[in-house]
Structures are given as C-alpha cells and as structure tokens.
Design a protein around this ligand. Structure first.
Ligand code: WQD
Length: 342
C-alpha cells in the first residue's frame, strides 16, 4: 500500500517539483495550498508529467479551524512536507507582521495537528538565509547562524527553533529541516516552473524575462564585492535536485533512530558569481543578455556556498544537474510559459 505524504504549498515552485518526484517514487500525494502564489493549472502540469493528478485541497493553513478540518479528511497521511509560506524577501521587509503571522501560524497549526494524530514525520522547507554572511566557506550545518537580514529569513530561523522545541516535547515524532541554497531552473518538460508573478526579485527569472524581451535589461547589484570578478557569489542548485532530496528525506525519516531531528544543507557545493551566471546563460540560450552594473542591493550578502557532504552521506543524495542544465531549463520554461499561459 503506497504511503501517503501531505505536501503543503504543493502547487508552489519547489513544492510542485517535489510532488512530481514523490509520485514518481510511488508515494500517494495530497496537496494543500491557498493558491496565494500559484495556480490550479500547476496540477495539470503535474498530471501531464506523471499521469497522476494529486488530491488537492484549497486551504489557508494559518487558520487553525480550516487546517484541522482539512487534515481530518485524510487520516491516511503518514508524513508532511511543509513548503507553505510567503517567501518574498523584499515584501517581508514592508509587511513583517503579515510574514510572521502567515509563516509561523501555518507552521504551528500543522505541528498542533501532528502532535495529536498518528502522523510521525515532518520535513521543513528552510533556507541558507539562516546563515547570513558566513565567516567561513563552504558553510556546514554546524556553521553559526546569524541574524537574517529580512523578516522572511527570520521566519525560517524562528521556525527551526519551534520545530526543535516541538520535537523535544514529542520524542516519538521525527523531523528534518532542509536548508536550500539558491533553487533555480524548472522541470525538463517545461510544464512546471517558477511562476513569475509580478516583477521578479530573484536573479534567474529576471534574466529569462530580460532575454524574452519583457524587461529592458538586468541590473547587476554590485561589482565591488571581494570576489574574483567583484559580483556576488551564490550556490545555485537545480530545483529538481532539491525535489529529489525531499524524497530521500522522507525515506530517511523511517530510518532515524537515535535522534528525532536533523538538519541538512541542500546545495551543489559550488559558488558562482552573477557574471558567471550571465555568461552561462548566454552560452545555453545562444543570445546576448542586456545588463548594466548597478549599486549593491540592501541586505545582500557577499558570498555563500554549501558544504553538502552531510546530505550526500546521510541521505544518500547528490546533485545531478549543472548550472548550464538549470539555466537552460529556466529558459525553456520562460518560453513555454509565455506561449501557453499568457
Ligand atoms: C542572487 C544574486 C543578487 C536580482 C533569496 C533569498 C533566499 C532564497 C533565494 C527563498 C544576488 C543578484 C538578483 C537582480 C542581481 N529565497 N541579483 N540582479 O538574494 O541570494 O536569495 O532567494 O527561499 O532565501 O534570500 O537570491 O536571486 O535574489 O539574488 O544582481 O535583478 O543575484 O544581488 O547576489 P538571494 P536572488
């Protein structure tokens, strides 16, 4: 009998790619999402890729009553992967209370349900933003956490603390926090990807929209960093590699014995600068990208990339895609999205 996994935020960017990989690994998937930053047609894409349409409930998890009501409909859920959260860094600075309310209430409502029912496993979508600007690189799971620059980043750090304390009080439950570095790209089919709602904050959607002619040019935020070419460095990881790590994580929950909580970095272990990303994009798209050098963006860190040995060794997971693969898939998705969903 296939195990049933609940994916909250399952019509979102990383959520939808994770649903595809879970279905491919013969899990039965239920998706909860409030569709605040995604669309129902993402389910069409998942069905076209896998041949299976996951069960879907539109639910606002920050509302305790509707959260409880939705969970009660699916007593067969064995584990939860929790993506549902607001994630726009800039917006979180303007609307901190909305971010704390939504992201922390949703988490606590889900944990409250888990505490009183038979669900044993919980996987949390965390972020490298909890490290701030590390003093030492590459950054490991034991690297000191720093005060995140944004309320968004703080909700990730507070959430990890809440999960830690919840598990301390519920030793029979198990949980993992997965700290993503910079997820980019899209499924090779180009049927699902990162929905570009509004002006993109993140680098890759801005690049593909500029290349498509929707934006005049890319602003490169700063060229005076202490890096080889002066532009900031990040660990860009293909979203499908991130998705596959969640399948490995769900499988690992079963095997956990001594500890009931653990944390993993999900990155490639390599850092690339903004200019290197531009060069790689021009190579795979075979077109010149219009860009200009601008001032640094407030809140940006200079450089970060992961040491993901722990995930490699403990989860038996490793990245399979290169930066070129990820950028080509992002470009294919941009063209598919504009032709089919605009
Ligand atoms: C990457 C680099 C920018 C846009 C954020 C969150 C993190 C995660 C990923 C959710 C930086 C530069 C960007 C542009 C640019 N989010 N840039 N011009 O800020 O590393 O991480 O997104 O999980 O938690 O903090 O990602 O893509 O915004 O920026 O030069 O138009 O690209 O300065 O160096 P970031 P990003």
């Amino acid at each position: 009998m296939p195990k049933t996994i609940l994916v909250t935020g399952g019509t979102g960017y990383i959520g939808s790619h994770t649903v595809v990989e879970l279905i491919k690994s013969n899990f039965n998937v239920v998706v909860f999402d409030n569709l605040s930053n995604s669309s129902l047609w993402v389910l069409d894409g998942i069905e076209q890729i896998t041949g299976i349409r996951p069960t879907f409930e539109k639910v606002d998890l920050s509302d305790a009553r509707s959260c409880k009501k939705s969970f009660e409909k699916y007593p067969e859920i064995e584990s939860v992967i929790h993506f549902a959260a607001f994630k726009a860094v800039g917006k979180s600075v303007q609307k901190p209370l909305m971010y704390y309310q939504n992201n922390l209430d949703s988490l606590m409502n889900v944990l409250n349900i888990i505490e009183t029912c038979s669900i044993s496993g919980f996987v949390f979508s965390s972020s490298c933003t909890v490290y701030g600007q590390p003093d030492k690189l590459p950054v490991t799971e034991n690297s000191p956490l720093k005060k995140p620059e944004s309320p968004y980043g703080k909700t990730k750090q507070f959430s990890e603390e809440i999960i830690f304390d919840f598990l301390n009080a519920n030793q029979h439950k198990k949980a993992l926090s997965l700290r993503y570095f910079n997820p980019i790209g899209a499924h090779e089919s180009a049927l699902i990807g990162e929905l570009p709602l509004g002006v993109p904050n993140n680098l890759i959607p801005f690049i593909t929209q500029t290349a498509y002619g929707l934006r005049k040019e890319l602003s490169v935020y700063g060229s005076d960093y202490n890096t080889p070419d002066g532009t900031a460095v990040r660990d860009y990881i293909h979203v499908v590699d991130i998705a596959k790590a969640h399948v490995s994580a769900v499988n690992y929950l079963e095997k956990m014995e001594t500890e009931n909580y653990d944390i993993f970095n999900l990155g490639t272990g390599r850092g690339n600068s903004v200019l290197e990303v531009i060069k790689s994009f021009e190579k795979v798209s075979r077109q010149k990208l219009q860009y200009k050098i601008s001032d640094r963006r407030a809140g940006d860190i200079e450089q970060v990339w992961a040491d993901c040995t722990k995930a490699n060794q403990t989860l038996g997971w490793k990245t399979e895609h290169t930066l070129d693969d990820a950028l080509l898939s992002a470009w294919k998705w941009e063209k598919y999205y504009r032709t089919n969903h605009q």
